[in-house]
Design a protein around this ligand. Structure first.
Ligand SMILES: Cc1ncc(COP(=O)(O)O)c(C=O)c1O
Length: 420
């Protein structure tokens, strides 16, 4: 809506109606939460067969006794699975423990402390990452934690604005890295076009030798619609451009099996993996191979994985539909949003200057939203308009109620803005 679309008296009437609806919701003393992209209990239960699946057989197909020390790169079977998900040969993969975020942090630490050809990021004046926005808050936290500065570039439907990325790299020698969530991005849900992937693979030619893309393919297999988005293979594109060292890839089974007890993968060039293995060897004698074997038994081949992900999709799709219905029916005039074919989020843009206010109104009515600004570095959304909606965790009834509150809060904040 814009301030011209309604006469002042009509706006006032609308404000009164919305305030009445809002106060009634407040009286319900609700406690709802659509903040984090967590799988629901129903989703994690899909992998309950992990419990007991080994049945006393701890020896992997490759003949490794998973109960013992060693095999820093993880089980070959697990590296193969990670390679299939990330589109690289098994030899380019290291399998880790629960959560890919810790791998990303460790790789960033590796470059920060030691670097490539001894060019450690910490020796540079203001090492800086390119951060497509809106983006994932925990990526930004890794940068903040290491005192790495962040420059934002806007996300488009085809991925980050690549003209801007290329021109930044040509003019800023202190740029050491770039975050990418190439498929069903967090939070916009968009997937990078083939052209974007190609251009990212070429960045290694114009950037400094210590520059690295962090290709976080967290939603590589998390399609919710029938036809999955096709992402071009970054590894092949790098091979064609001889830039294999410039890209690290990551993925995990967090939103496939158990978010709290999964396995993770990092993939890269031979020299990158050797450097990482050296650091890894200082911190551990080996990751949890028993859990890696459990995952191999649950997902012995690609088709087992695909049919498992289809079960996730059925659950998640119903929740996305609830959110999109409310947005489409109620909020057409109040904002913009994305309709992703997969992933975990819907990114909502209110009119400028309202996101914090919407978050506050929602919180007072018992609905916790992802903090406004969280999708930008340092928690600062310059336009104060982006809100990330995470529909997966609540049950259907809770989600419906949450969206009812959300719609009233967005409308109320917008109408009040136009009144004052
Ligand atoms: C883009 C992205 N990367 C990584 C993660 C976390 O991954 P993991 O559980 O493997 O640490 C998430 C979780 O929401 C995510 O959205």
């Amino acid at each position: 809506m814009n301030s011209q679309s309604l006469a002042p008296e009509q706006l006032q009437t609308l404000e009164t109606e919305l305030t009445t609806a809002y106060e009634a919701l407040k009286k319900e003393n609700l406690k709802l939460d659509i903040t984090r992209g967590k799988p629901s209990t129903e989703q994690v239960s899909l992998a309950d067969n992990l419990d007991g699946i080994l049945n006393g057989n701890f020896i992997s197909d490759s003949g490794i006794d998973t109960r013992n020390y060693g095999h820093l790169r993880g089980l070959p079977e697990s590296c193969k699975l990670g390679g299939e998900i990330l589109g690289v040969p098994e030899s380019q993969v290291i399998t880790g423990g629960n959560g890919s975020l810790s791998l990303m942090h460790s790789v960033a630490l590796l470059h920060y402390l030691y670097g490539y050809n001894n060019q450690a990021w910490q020796q540079l004046d203001k090492p800086t990452f390119i951060c497509p926005v809106p983006g994932y808050d925990r990526h930004f936290s890794i940068c903040e934690n290491l005192n790495i500065e962040m420059i934002t570039v806007p996300m488009t439907e085809a991925g980050p604005d690549m003209d801007m990325v290329e021109s930044l790299l040509k003019t800023h020698p202190n740029i050491v890295g770039m975050w990418c969530v190439p498929k069903y991005s967090n939070p916009t849900g968009s997937s990078y076009s083939s052209e974007t992937v190609e251009r990212i693979a070429k960045l290694g030619k114009i950037a400094q030798p210590y520059f690295r893309v962090f290709w976080d393919n967290a939603y590589a297999i998390h399609t919710i619609e029938e036809s999955p988005e096709k992402l071009s293979n970054i590894w092949h594109a790098c091979q064609e451009n001889s830039t294999e060292d410039s890209v690290w890839q990551f993925a995990s089974s967090s939103k496939v099996s158990f978010a709290g007890a999964g396995i993770s993968w990092v993939a890269g060039s031979d020299s990158n993996l050797q450097a990482f293995e050296k650091l890894l060897g200082v911190t551990t004698i080996g990751s949890d191979k028993v859990n890696q074997l459990r995952h191999h038994r649950l997902f012995p081949n690609r088709s087992a994985l695909v049919s498992h992900m289809q079960k996730h999709a059925n659950i998640v799709q119903a929740k996305f539909e609830i959110v999109l219905k409310v947005l489409n029916d109620e909020l057409q005039e109040y904002g913009h949003w994305t309709e992703a074919k997969g992933g975990y989020f819907i990114s909502f843009d209110s009119q400028p200057g309202l996101a914090k206010n919407i978050e506050k109104l929602a919180s007072e009515a018992g609905l916790k939203l992802t903090p406004a600004g969280a999708t930008f570095p340092y928690g600062k959304d310059p336009e104060d308009r982006n809100i990330r909606i995470a529909p997966t965790f609540p049950c259907v009834e809770e989600l419906e109620k949450a969206m009812e509150i959300f719609a009233v809060c967005v409308k109320l904040a917008t109408v009040r803005k136009h009144l004052h």
